[in-house]
Design a protein around this ligand. Structure first.
Ligand code: DX5
Ligand code: ZN
Length: 221
């Protein structure tokens, strides 16, 4: 199994002091920073874009920026986000005309590539790209907002993805995003997820270190 990583979603941070909030969760033990980019078309919400990724890259040169694109036409933006300083660029393949090309654009810029799978999107979207990917993100809510309730069927889907990876002979990071908390972290890890994104469960907690430790402790097999 791949190493456990806790990735606070900065969507739930205080945007008026975003740099400080990122440093606070890093100091509290975050492994990655999960950056949710939304365009108001692919999802019914607008968040942040390229200038924020550029600014975070400059302010936090050592942070691992896990950029989750919830946008239409990701083909035009994977390159710019990779160049802006993302360490990993993840997009929703059904929003892309040419997912293979988009994955290779990311890889050619020396960055890790991921595909994000919505609750109603079949896992078969990844089959022909699995050997080119670094990560698959399983959405455990419908993308668009923080603070939504975890969809329980996700556990079975993660286990199916893990089994499919074994069949395909790949060992990719499996990230789960949406409604993750200490109460489901153990089951998620057992099902096969190793990158746990949490927004409200971390930024909504009074003590970030306690919140991250609680998720990590639950998810340690
Ligand atoms: C949802 C985003 C998530 C979100 C998670 O569309 O992709 O990353 O911020 O937030 P929580 O952990 O509060 O569900
Ligand atoms: Zn996300």
């Amino acid at each position: 199994t791949r190493p456990l990583r806790i990735a606070p979603s900065i969507l739930s941070a205080d945007f008026a002091r975003l740099g400080e909030q990122c440093q606070e969760v890093i100091d509290a033990g975050a492994d990655w920073l999960h950056v949710d980019v939304m365009d108001g078309h692919y999802v019914p919400n607008i968040t942040i874009g390229l200038p924020v990724v550029e600014a975070l890259r400059k302010a936090l040169p050592d942070a691992f920026l896990d950029v989750h694109l919830m946008i239409d036409n990701p083909d035009d933006f994977v390159g710019p986000f990779a160049r802006a300083g993302a360490d990993l660029v993840c997009f929703h393949p059904e929003a892309s005309r040419h997912p293979h090309r988009a994955v290779h654009t990311i890889k050619s810029l020396g960055k890790k590539a991921g595909l994000a799978i919505n609750p109603a999107t079949p896992l078969s979207w990844i089959d022909h790209l699995a050997h080119d990917l670094d990560m698959v993100l399983i959405m455990s809510v419908n993308p668009g907002f923080g603070g939504q309730a975890f969809i329980p069927h996700t556990l079975e889907k993660i286990a199916q993805l893990k089994a499919r990876h074994d069949e395909l002979g790949v060992d990719l990071d499996i990230e789960v995003d949406g409604g993750v908390s200490p109460s489901n972290a153990a089951q998620l890890r057992q099902a096969g997820a190793n990158v746990l994104v949490a927004g409200s469960a971390i930024f909504g907690a009074p003590n970030y270190k306690e919140a991250i430790d609680a998720i990590r402790q639950q998810a340690t097999l």
